[in-house]
Design a protein around this ligand. Structure first.
Ligand code: ZN
Length: 319
């Protein structure tokens, strides 16, 4: 069962394209253009932007691509992630409806296009963009993202779309009566992930470190690893508590208990793959072994996840 109604086409296409999945981890599928990728994902810029009030002046905006958090208050507006330049006018409309005026600060959880392409529009305004140092570095060049069933070359951003402020381990933005903590615990989904904790509201945005309703994508080609995701999320769990609301990179709002269960799932899958690698199993063996059976009803197709986890555990990075 697929809980997230935005993704059925995405999964159907994966299931319908076994020949596109390379069982030995290479070669990378031929890169496709953005319009073709959006079509495969079943994503459209015409999707309505839904807003959901979380706590205090903190909202979650859903629409195209990654979830957006918006803190709107006496100091102004800060958003976390920004979907796409095409969506920025409508995101701004929603912020205005909620009492904001303009976007003062933009935090990128990481550099992937479906979370950060709004930088291209926002970079032309007075918004100040903040990211992890490694995400800014990635945004400076073209980067191939291997999604296993397809690949895409994310183009370098123009200079004004690059973050003006970067951090390495942690920074705190004191804004709207919140300590907004940006935390980095090493390479995980990418090499430049940031978890954003709104300390007073007790809400955290985890970007693509956490997905609700489906298995994660780990960008193994660009330095991500399943071990890194487990380590990063374990450190995050030490910083939050049972009342923390959790904004996933994709999917509906979540909570502490669901995040803890997700990390347990990741650890079990990691341990099962590791055992099979030690026993000499190939990626094809792991894919056909049913190692995620108890979660497949809730999380859907596992091929991309197992492929990327296997590749990161065997340290085989394809060209
Ligand atoms: Zn991502």
């Amino acid at each position: 069962m697929i809980k997230n109604s935005r993704f059925p086409l995405f999964f159907l296409l994966i299931l319908a394209m076994p020949s596109a999945i390379s069982h030995d981890g290479s070669p990378t599928p031929k890169p496709i253009d953005k319009a073709s990728m959006l079509k495969q994902l079943g994503w459209t810029y015409h999707i309505p932007i839904k807003t959901r009030k979380l706590r205090n002046g903190l909202y979650m905006l859903e629409g195209f691509g990654g979830n957006v958090a918006a803190s709107i208050g006496s100091d102004g507006t800060v958003i976390v992630d920004n979907q796409a330049s095409e969506l920025i006018p409508r995101i701004l409309d929603q912020i205005t409806n909620l009492g904001g005026e303009k976007i003062d600060f933009v935090i990128n959880t990481h550099w992937h296009w479906d979370h950060a392409d709004g930088n291209i529009a926002l970079g032309k305004t007075e918004s100040v963009i903040i990211s992890h140092t490694n995400s800014r570095d990635m945004m400076k060049s073209d980067n191939l993202i291997n999604l296993v069933y397809m690949s895409y070359i994310q183009p370098a951003y123009p200079i004004n779309a690059l973050p003006q402020i970067t951090f390495d381990d942690e920074m705190i933005l004191h804004f709207n009566n919140e300590d907004i903590r940006l935390m980095h615990f090493g390479a995980a989904h990418t090499t430049g992930d940031a978890a954003i904790l709104f300390q007073e509201s007790n809400v955290i945005h985890l970007g693509d470190l956490y997905m609700k309703g489906f298995y994660p994508f780990i960008d193994a080609r660009n330095g991500g690893s399943i071990d890194g995701v487990i380590y990063f999320l374990t450190k995050v769990i030490e910083e939050i508590n049972q009342d923390t609301l959790v904004i996933p990179g994709h999917g509906p709002i979540s909570n502490y208990d669901e995040l803890v269960d997700y990390v347990l799932m990741l650890k079990k899958v990691r341990d099962r793959i590791t055992r099979m690698i030690k026993a000499g199993s190939s990626l094809e063996d792991v894919l056909s072994a049913g190692i995620t059976a108890e979660w497949d009803d809730g999380l859907g197709d596992n091929k991309q996840f197992i492929n990327r986890a296997f590749m990161s555990l065997t340290h085989r990075i394809e060209e």
